[in-house]
Design a protein around this ligand. Structure first.
Ligand code: AHR
Length: 702
């Protein structure tokens, strides 16, 4: 009967309007389609075993999907900022790493560290002095972050602040060197810099690299114009090296390939700067945004909290230069088209790390004014009028007179219980008094279902948070059990921000493609609940192959290239195909009862959700087969006029059947999406979905 209906529908399509009057034709098509998709699936499925019928109610545009629905979460973990997204190539450029002010540098000859330099918040600099012999050399060599990655024919901007304290003129030879070469010369590019002032002055030169090299070094010799060792003294400070070609060409810019990977995702929201980094191991080490704006030379260095979290992957040289600071975050958000979402401290340092009295873990409730000011001043920095507000003026002075249009602010990262609730109860009303237009986000703690979580949600409801941040780094089993997580959520009160989440598997070791398929399936649950879920950001975002503390991560890189993981492609497919409205979608397996998700909890199966994109006039159906077997599916579009139906669909598939496959720098395309075309049969599209596959069907309406 089913085949007969399909045959009739096709015939009706083929015969066109020549011989039959249009209204009659349309009525017939509609009738047959209704019979096919609504009445016969039970019978059809019982004949054709193992078919999942996906009924899309194409007429009933449901909840609006927020533009912020899918986004990114940035934290400086895994060398995500310095040594990653931030394009600076030299480590410890300001000689502020402590206790070793020469960390990242090799000093030779006579080098002293002094601390009365031109930048009050970064007072250290290096003094290079003559060794008093033409063949005894003085200088410095920088190792970069796991080496300095350079590309053939690319240009690099070297700059430093320098002076000749005795007056007169001295020379520095600046070289790109390859220490591992067997060639006659280690130097493969070089330039002389004449330092000609007793006062501090900035010098800038450009070097072109004649070769691609992953681990170069930068060497500076104090020398004479004749190439012999220098006779005088030169002070050097804020020694910096950037590719000229940064993302959008900013001098204090982002690594182009890394930032491009973000732009290509098309995220709706960009959360920064963390994560635990917001809280700090101690309160004093927390992320203080005011230290990250203004001239880069005078942004005080801070330790990175991820230097010391996991002693089994310890990085004593992990600091935050804050060259990538709040101005740069806002600018980047704007350039990649995402809503900025800063997270600020609530006056509590990391509760995981602070269970001892003596650890300076919390600001007293009386002392919270500084934290209130941080919130209000940040909103002014982002949105204020430069003529009326000093923070807005700073933004304008930094090159962005127009506001950044900040709409959201999160207060507190992963905090829990009374210490958090009490502080938020003081800070939030003060912020609201001045800036009622900003949506405030609170947190439900580090877990997705424990007492902290439940108490957190209760408190956030009472405090009238606009959104509640939930975190879940969980294994496959948890995801299989959570495919209906948001179906039963209370629709009143705050909305959900799934602020950090990822599916971890097999000892949380790699970016297994096999785990990504559960992320895709779980996202059908986010999508069909878009009335309550307003934001979701996978975490963490970045990782350097040699500098990671936490995996899996969305994007990996070495010094020369990036790799987009299978999880990246899952996120990208959702972000590019967000749609504007949810379409009610039910599935029935083998003639079973139609439901939003009929797969029994904890089991593998076929998961699906659909959206309408009103602007593009298309329907997008996302279908995920998490099983080990091919699954027959039948997508039925219900409620559309015959003439509106598409004849074909664009199908993008991401196959994750090779469970352990992963994309890494050097091998970035092991798992990638493929696009083909599928032909529709009237209102129905049948397909055999391979095992462990995410398929996205784009149906352009006529
Ligand atoms: O993403 C890594 C860490 O996980 C974040 O810093 C923290 O919020 C969570 O515990």
């Amino acid at each position: 009967m089913r085949l007969f209906c399909c045959y009739l529908i096709e015939k009706l399509y083929l015969c066109g309007t020549k011989h039959i009057k249009a209204p009659f034709l349309i009525r017939m098509k509609k009738l047959l389609r209704t019979l096919l998709c609504a009445a016969f699936p039970l019978a059809a499925v019982s004949v054709q075993a193992q078919e999942t019928v996906i009924n899309v109610n194409a007429k009933k545009a449901g909840a609006a999907i927020q533009p912020t629905m899918y986004g990114i979460f940035f934290e400086d973990i895994n060398f995500a900022a310095d040594g990653g997204l931030y394009a600076e190539l030299l480590k410890n450029r300001s000689f502020e790493f402590s206790p070793d002010h020469l960390m990242g540098w090799k000093a030779f000859g006579k080098v002293e560290i002094k601390n009365d330099g031109p930048f009050d918040k970064n007072p250290h600099y290096a003094r290079l002095s003559s060794m008093g012999h033409r063949d005894l050399w003085t200088g410095l060599q920088n190792e970069g972050f796991f080496g300095i990655g350079l590309h053939k024919d690319a240009e690099y901007r070297f700059s430093l602040y320098a002076r000749v304290p005795e007056g007169g003129q001295q020379m520095l030879r600046v070289q790109f060197v390859d220490q591992n070469t067997m060639a006659e010369h280690q130097e493969f590019a070089g330039v002389d810099v004449k330092v000609d002032s007793r006062e501090w002055k900035k010098y800038t030169v450009t070097l072109k690299s004649p070769r691609t090299i992953e681990k170069a070094n930068l060497r500076i010799f104090l020398c004479e114009p004749n190439g012999r060792s220098g006779r005088g003294t030169v002070d050097v400070e804020h020694v910096s090296l950037f590719p000229v070609d940064t993302y959008k060409g900013h001098e204090n810019g982002m690594r182009k390939d890394v930032a491009q990977a973000l732009e290509d995702l098309h995220p709706g929201v960009f959360r920064f700067p963390g994560g635990c980094i917001v809280e700090g191991t101690t309160l004093d080490l927390r992320y203080k945004w005011k230290n990250t704006v203004g001239p880069v030379e005078n942004r005080p260095l801070n330790k990175n909290r991820w230097e010391n979290t996991f002693t089994y992957r310890y990085f004593p040289d992990y600091f935050q230069s804050y060259g990538l600071g709040f101005f740069e975050y806002f600018q980047l958000a704007e350039e990649i088209g995402a809503e900025p979402l800063p997270v600020l401290s609530v006056g509590l340092s990391c509760q995981f790390q602070n269970d001892r009295e003596d650890q300076h873990a919390a600001c007293t409730k009386e002392g919270l004014q500084e934290f209130i000011d941080d919130c209000i001043d940040l909103i002014d920095f982002a949105n204020g009028d430069p003529a009326k507000n000093k923070w807005a003026k700073l933004r304008a002075d930094m090159g962005h007179p127009a506001p950044f249009n900040l709409k959201f602010l999160a207060i507190g990262n992963e905090q829990w219980e009374q210490p958090y609730f009490d502080r938020l109860a003081i800070i939030a009303p003060e912020v609201r008094k001045v800036h009622p237009e900003i949506k405030l986000i609170g947190t439900s703690g580090p877990n997705a279902e424990d007492d902290h979580f439940r108490n957190g949600w209760k408190a956030m409801r009472e405090l009238k948070a606009d959104l509640v941040d939930e975190h879940y780094y969980r294994d496959v089993k948890w995801f299989k059990n959570s495919m209906n997580r948001y179906d039963g959520y209370d629709r009143k009160g705050p909305k959900v921000f799934a602020g950090e989440w990822a599916c971890h598997d097999r000892g949380k070791k790699y970016n297994h493609a096999g785990a990504s398929i559960y992320e895709a399936a779980f996202m059908t649950n986010l999508e069909r609940n878009a009335d309550i879920v307003h934001m979701a950001t996978y975490a963490p975002l970045f990782s350097h192959v040699e500098g990671w503390q936490w995996r899996p991560d969305l994007i990996w890189y070495d010094n020369l290239s990036t790799a987009r993981t299978a999880s990246y492609y899952v996120q990208q497919l959702y972000m590019l195909n967000r749609g504007t409205n949810v379409l009610p979608t039910t599935l029935s397996i083998d003639g079973g009862k139609p439901a939003a998700n009929p797969v029994p909890e904890g089991e593998d199966g076929v998961f699906a959700s659909s959206v309408l994109d009103k602007q593009k006039n298309e329907i997008i159906v996302k279908v995920i087969n998490t099983t080990e077997k091919v699954q027959d599916i039948n997508i039925c579009l219900n409620g559309l006029k015959a003439k509106a139906l598409p004849v074909s669909a664009e199908v993008t598939t991401l196959n994750c059947a090779d469970y352990d496959a992963e994309n890494m720098p050097g091998k970035p395309e092991v798992v990638t999406p493929r696009t083909t075309i599928a032909v529709m049969s009237g209102a129905s599209l049948k397909a055999a979905l391979p095992a462990k596959t995410f398929a996205l069907y784009k149906l352009k309406l006529n």
